[in-house]
Write a protein that binds this ligand. Sequence first.
Ligand code: 5GP
Length: 190
Amino acid sequence: MQRLEDRILKDGVVKGGNILKVDSFLNHQIDVSLYDEIGEEFHRLFKDEPVTKVLTVESSGIGLAVATARAFGVPALFAKKNRTRNIDGEVYSAAVESFTSGITYTIIVSKRFLTTSDHVLIIDDFLAKGQALLGLLGIVNQSGASVAGCGIAIEKGFQEGGKLIRDKGIRVESLAIIDSMEDGIIKFRR
Ligand code: 5GP
């Protein structure tokens, strides 16, 4: 998506540890009109799927999931991060190691909000090692719902997550795929 790539080049900051900072427009301060366009783009890509729910993980996926859910006219649902292992039977859960902090969270979704009749589009801001998507896919799997695919704003194509998820036969659509960001220079996949 040209507008997203342009914005990454303009305002993205490459940090150590393979981290791209995009907090001026994507995951701290939010460019709402860019979010709306991202939601429309995911709708264009997945419109042939009978999506009933858009799922993400808190917190940075929520705004993108809302924009996408609005375009589909379905609810947005976010997995909550729970630091305790004290989980009752009313939730689906999965362990996820955070790429940015290294902390392992248990993510949970209430069983009330995902059922076998759901067809779920999973959305996130970044795809790095694929751990967040694996956790969300695990939750969908536990619920018996089906997966339409995964929509990612920024995939770091030089990390293993994209291959890991696609090799499972899951459709992954990323709006910007970064092939390298060595010496602070961002190069997109063409
Ligand atoms: P994964 O689970 O694929 O390893 O990492 C995805 C999650 O880690 C995303 O939900 C995102 O919040 C965070 N993340 C991964 N890479 C980056 C990055 O380069 N920059 C930022 N800001 N977040 C990232």
